[in-house]
Ligand binder design. Structure first.
Ligand SMILES: Cc1cc2nc3c(=O)[nH]c(=O)nc-3n(C[C@H](O)[C@H](O)[C@H](O)COP(=O)(O)OP(=O)(O)OC[C@H]3O[C@@H](n4cnc5c(N)ncnc54)[C@H](O)[C@@H]3O)c2cc1C
Ligand code: FES
Ligand code: FES
Length: 471
């Protein structure tokens, strides 16, 4: 097996060796290949102008996912097929149905955003036969257009699906699957260039060994946080160990007692198992970033990143989740309550990684909800995120776990407020009586997202809303 990154582009095997492993797919496409259909708008995963589609084999099935090329490092292409807007039609060939519908519905003016919209719609068209209008909106929330307006674009999506005809790429599916199978790698990918190196092992054992060998390495999961460290903060990451290709960590499963989410499971993967037992958490996950971000970013990466405004942590804390940590052959499971130590500081030791998050299934009678308050509904970071889990006994609070993001240096539970609720009737009056306790537990910051006073008020109101909704 060759050392270089191997992937498919327009049906041809491409191999890249000796390259900077933190080179982004967008820079490679535009700078090296002169394939300039994919545009650069923000270089931080926000605008969708750089959207490309990755086709990959997943448990023997071919799947298409839209991703942001501007924050994706080239080694992430290994073993996959890359589709850009140029891949869709050659001169003399009919346009793809989503392109044809975009033309017919006048869904493009300056055209800067258009390739990104086309690629987002392409992934949807090739994967889901009859998406709802809501689903189309969800998929397009990560693509910004500043001049056409969204109505014709959404109309174009509708028209492409109405016309039917089924997935256009299906005709080449068997050939593509065979090619992907042929370039599938069994051992660790090593990419070295420009004074940097990246290792992408295939097994959790190899990952654990590499981290012992390279304790200085940065762990890379989906790269939706790490990518920005390179493109925006210009940080020098000399050694990276990527866990994205470790198949055993890409599982998100429901056992008899828990939902278990592996370190390489993307939000899109996790949604499939979260939706049943935790609809409120699933609804929140659907508001994390955009479809492109959810197709690459991981829930475990959100936890490891330990941002005080990361969206999943309040819910995980309220639901009593734990993290399985691994260092070499040693594993330990710790409650998330003990994981966040201080601002962006966690209980992870050198060479240790989170293998998976374990979320206990809700016991009968548990009332749970999580709420995100941000300036925009989609593609925005929380000002405050609240999550509440309460169990009642004969109308009184038997157990309460209340957690917040955006209120302190770490995502944190409101333990004094929880204690104040215990044994009390679950009423509006009770909640009103404990709000001063809640106020005293947090001294939030004022920053560009919200003032301290606003955050304090929102935290109170979220708890009141939960009481009203969970009664
Ligand atoms: C445009 C955009 C929108 C976003 N919107 C949101 C949002 O709405 N809400 C939100 O909460 N976040 C948001 N984010 C942040 C980001 O997407 C999430 O934090 C995501 O969950 C990170 O996961 P990842 O797999 O991409 O992590 P990576 O970027 O790969 O890693 C993040 C950090 O965690 C470490 N790490 C990753 N996995 C492990 C592991 N298994 N063990 C130990 N350390 C590990 C890495 O070393 C790194 O320090 C957004 C980001 C972008 C670019
Ligand atoms: S350039 Fe804006 S999302 Fe990539
Ligand atoms: S057509 Fe100009 S930004 Fe969308």
């Amino acid at each position: 097996m060759p050392a270089g990154i191997r992937f498919l582009l327009d049906g041809k095997v491409r191999e890249l060796d000796g390259i900077d492993p933190t080179w982004t797919v967008l820079d490679w496409l535009r700078g090296e290949e002169r394939r300039c259909g994919s545009k650069e708008g923000c270089r931080e995963g926000d605008c969708g102008a750089c959207t490309v589609v990755l086709a990959e084999l997943h448990r023997g099935e071919l799947r298409y996912r839209a991703v942001n090329a501007c924050i994706l490092f080239v080694p992430a292409l290994d073993g996959k097929a890359l589709l850009t807007v140029e891949s869709l039609s050659s001169p003399g060939e009919a346009l793809h149905p989503v392109q044809a519908a975009m033309v017919e519905c006048h869904a493009s003016q300056c055209g800067f955003c258009t390739p990104g919209f086309v690629m987002s719609l392409l992934a949807l068209y090739e994967s889901e036969p009859a998406p709802s209008r809501e689903r189309v909106n969800e998929v397009l929330a990560g693509n910004l257009c500043r001049c056409t307006g969204y109505r014709p674009i959404v109309e174009a999506a509708g028209r492409a699906f109405e016309r039917g005809g089924g997935p256009r790429l299906a005709a080449h599916q068997a050939a593509l699957a065979a090619q992907l199978f042929a370039i599938a790698r069994t051992g660790t990918l090593v990419v070295e260039g420009a004074g940097r190196r990246l290792f992408a092992p295939r097994t959790a054992d190899a990952l654990a060994d590499l981290l012992l060998e390279h304790p200085e390495a940065h762990i890379l999961a989906g790269g939706t946080d790490v990518g920005l460290q390179v493109t925006k903060q210009h940080r020098e990451l000399h050694t990276l160990v990527s866990l994205g290709a470790v198949e055993e960590l890409s599982e998100a499963v429901r056992t008899r007692t828990h939902v278990e989410i592996g370190a390489a499971a993307t939000y899109t993967d996790a949604l499939a198992v979260l939706s049943g037992p935790f609809p409120s958490l699933a609804a929140l996950v659907r508001r994390i970033g955009s479809q492109q971000i959810r197709n690459t970013g991981t829930l475990v990466g959100n936890v490891a990143n330990a941002s005080p405004i990361g969206d999943t942590m309040p819910a995980l804390l309220a639901l009593g989740a734990s993290a399985v940590l691994r260092r070499g052959a040693d594993r330990r499971e710790i409650p998330l309550d003990d994981f966040f130590l201080a601002y962006r500081s966690t209980a992870l030791q050198r060479s240790e990684f989170i293998e998976r998050i374990r979320l206990p299934l809700p016991r009968p009678g548990l009332r749970f909800a999580t709420y995100k308050v941000s300036k925009r509904r989609d593609q925005d970071i929380s000002a405050v995120c609240g999550a509440f889990a309460v169990t009642l006994e004969r109308g009184r609070v038997r157990e309460a776990r209340l957690a917040f993001g955006g209120m302190a240096a770490t995502p944190r539970r409101a333990v004094a407020c929880e204690a104040a609720l215990l044994g009390k009737p679950w009423t509006e009056e009770t909640v009103a009586s404990v709000l001063p306790v809640l106020d005293g537990e947090f001294q939030p910051l004022s920053d560009m997202r919200a003032s301290a006073a606003y955050r304090t008020l929102v935290a109170r109101n979220l708890l009141r809303r939960f009481q009203a909704e969970a009664t």
